[in-house]
Ligand binder design. Structure first.
Ligand code: CO8
Length: 261
C-alpha cells in the first residue's frame, strides 16, 4: 500500500480496509494534510473491488484530539470562507459508499468526535473520551457536531455538552446511543471491530451498500419519505443476482456464494 505521512493503511482481513490515524505527537490532531491523506485512502478503498468495509481508527491514546488548533488559530473569516475550510472533511459522508466503522479509544474531541460521528457506526472503549470542547476555544463545532450529536443523543443532552464543552465517556456514549457497543479494553475493541467488519465483508457488497444507503437516508428524510425510499431500494434489489442466490441458498439450506452483482 501507499506510504503516507499522517495515516497508515492496511487490509487486516480479506474485504476489510483499515485506516489508522498516525500523528502521535499531536494526538492525531486533524491538520489539513492529514485530512487530504485520509480522503485519498478512503477513496482508494471505496474504489477497490477487494474492499467491502472500512475501519477508521487511531491509537489507544487518541482517536483524534480535534482539528489542528495551531493551524486554525490564525485563520481569518475570508480565508475560511473562500477556501471552504473543513468542507473536504465531508467526503467521508458523501462519496464513500461502503460502511465505515469508527473504532474509538482515548480522545475523540472536537473534530475528532465529529469525524467518529461521520462514520456509519461507532465502537469504542469504556474509557474513550468524547466531547465537543469548541466553546472553550471561543468557537463552535464546525464539522457537523451540533447536528450529528443532537440526532444521536437528543437535544437536551447535546445542548448541555456543547454549551459546557464537557467530555463524556465511552460508557455514556453507548448508553445514550451514540456508540453501538463499548468494550473494557483496547484489545477487545480492536478484536470485536475486526469481527464485525469480517461479518459485514461476508455478505453481498450490493446488499451491504444498500443497507448503508437506506439507514443513512433516515437521518435526512421524514419517516414517510424514508420508508418510501427504502421500499424503492428494496424493490430494486430483486434485480440483483445476490438476492436470488441468497434466497435460493436459504431454501436449499446451503451457504450462499455471493457474486457481488
Ligand atoms: N490541535 C493541535 N495540537 C494538539 C491538539 C489539537 N487539537 N490536541 C493536542 N495537540 C498537541 C498538543 O499541543 C501537544 O503538542 P506539544 O507536545 O507540541 O505541546 C501534544 O498534542 C500532546 O498534547 P497534550 O500535551 O495536551 O496531551 P495531554 O495528554 O496533556 O492532553 C488533551 C490531552 C486533553 C486531548 C489535550 O491535548 C487537549 O485538550 N487538546 C485539545 C482538544 C480540543 O480542544 N479539541 C477541539 C479542537 S477544535 C475543533 O476540533 C473544531 C472542529 C471542527 C473545526 C471547525 C472549524 C470551522
Amino acid at each position: 500500500s501507499k506510504s503516507y505521512e499522517y495515516i497508515l493503511t492496511s487490509t487486516p482481513k480479506p474485504g476489510v480496509g483499515q485506516v489508522t490515524l498516525n500523528r502521535p505527537k499531536a494526538l492525531n490532531a486533524l491538520c489539513t494534510p492529514l485530512i487530504k491523506e485520509l480522503n485519498e485512502a478512503l477513496n482508494d478503498f471505496n474504489a477497490s473491488d477487494e474492499t467491502s468495509v472500512i475501519i477508521l481508527t487511531g491509537s489507544q491514546k487518541a482517536f483524534a484530539a480535534g482539528a489542528d488548533i495551531k493551524e486554525m488559530a490564525p485563520l481569518t473569516f475570508s480565508e475560511a470562507y473562500t477556501k471552504a475550510f473543513i468542507e473536504s472533511w465531508s467526503l467521508l459522508t458523501t462519496q464513500v459508499k461502503k460502511p465505515i466503522i469508527a473504532a474509538v479509544s482515548g480522545h475523540a474531541l472536537g473534530g475528532g468526535c465529529e469525524l467518529a460521528m461521520m462514520c456509519d457506526l461507532l465502537y469504542c472503549t469504556d474509557t474513550a473520551n468524547f466531547g465537543q470542547p469548541e466553546v472553550k476555544l471561543g468557537t463552535i463545532p464546525g464539522a457537523g457536531g451540533s447536528q450529528r450529536l443532537t440526532h444521536a443523543i437528543g437535544k437536551s443532552k447535546a445542548m448541555e455538552l456543547i454549551l459546557t464543552g464537557k467530555s463524556f465517556s465511552g460508557v455514556e456514549a453507548e448508553k445514550w446511543g451514540l456508540a453501538a457497543r463499548t468494550f473494557p479494553t483496547y484489545d477487545a475493541l480492536m478484536e470485536e471491530t475486526l469481527k464485525l467488519a469480517e461479518t459485514i465483508a461476508g455478505y453481498s457488497k450490493v446488499a451491504v451498500q444498500a443497507c448503508k444507503e437506506v439507514v443513512n437516508k433516515s437521518q435526512d428524510l421524514g419517516l414517510r419519505d424514508g420508508v418510501e425510499f427504502e421500499r424503492r431500494v428494496f424493490h430494486s434489489l430483486f434485480g440483483s443476482q445476490d438476492q436470488k442466490i441468497g434466497m435460493k441458498a436459504f431454501a436449499e439450506k446451503k451457504k450462499p456464494e455471493w457474486t457481488h452483482s
